[in-house]
Ligand binder design. Sequence first.
Ligand code: ZN
Length: 285
Amino acid sequence: MTLDAADTGPTADTGPGADPATGPVAGPPRVRARPELARLQAMIDASRRIVFFGGAGVSTESGIPDFRSADGLYTGGGPIPPEVILSRDFIEQRPREFFEFYRRHVLHPDARPNPAHLKLAELERAGRLDAIITQNIDGLHQAAGSANVIELHGSVHRNRCRECGREHPLEAVYKASGVPRCGCGGTVLPEVVLYGDPLDRDVLEAAAEALARADMLIIGGTSLVVYPAAGLVGHFGGERLAVINKTRLDGIGRLGGRPGGRALVIAKPIGAMLAGVQVRQPGDG
Ligand SMILES: [Zn+2]
């Protein structure tokens, strides 16, 4: 497989001066066609079992900053980095500080789906998209109406008392002060994957199966350097691969070596790109 961000593929020749219909005639400049969007559209129109694999960049367009960029907690001896705070050891040993950070930097209860979430839900309803695999924990794909969402890192919307097992909504964690408590007195823990946690085996299996069935894979808003993204996408054996990420496309080198097909690589925000896609029912002309 060849990865070439500059490649414009079969819909090339839409650049300035390349259109024979325009010719050298003077006049207002023709609006430049968008070969990237045209190629993405053609790939989507040819697919029935799209899988979308999304990372933090999908959520940042809804105003949710990547918590890895947040300031750590200052506790006298210097800042504690987010990767330490959001770990299983830390929530066990210093739960009050964990929840203080979690509420401030991880929970964003007012965030709403952006054009990327909405377009993906539309593609699923139209019978084009099979599954969304996400590294995000904010539940925005479901809020947009997507049904088959595989959440690799869990969800802030699932919270459970560690003593009695009762489930609690996001509000119970968000509105609590200090450590959220169940009516039974037990600590309410979010069912999210923390640093030091293994990923759920069933969830990983579902993701691998969806990728193995897919005829198109769209990777969006992730640099692909974070485990398990790079390994998981190896299960995809289809022809059509599109990678859409505003920055840091360095991780895509790991996708190389797969026979068949070329990757469409687009260095643009995922929401802006997907917003331009037309959703056509399979069978439409
Ligand atoms: Zn309880």
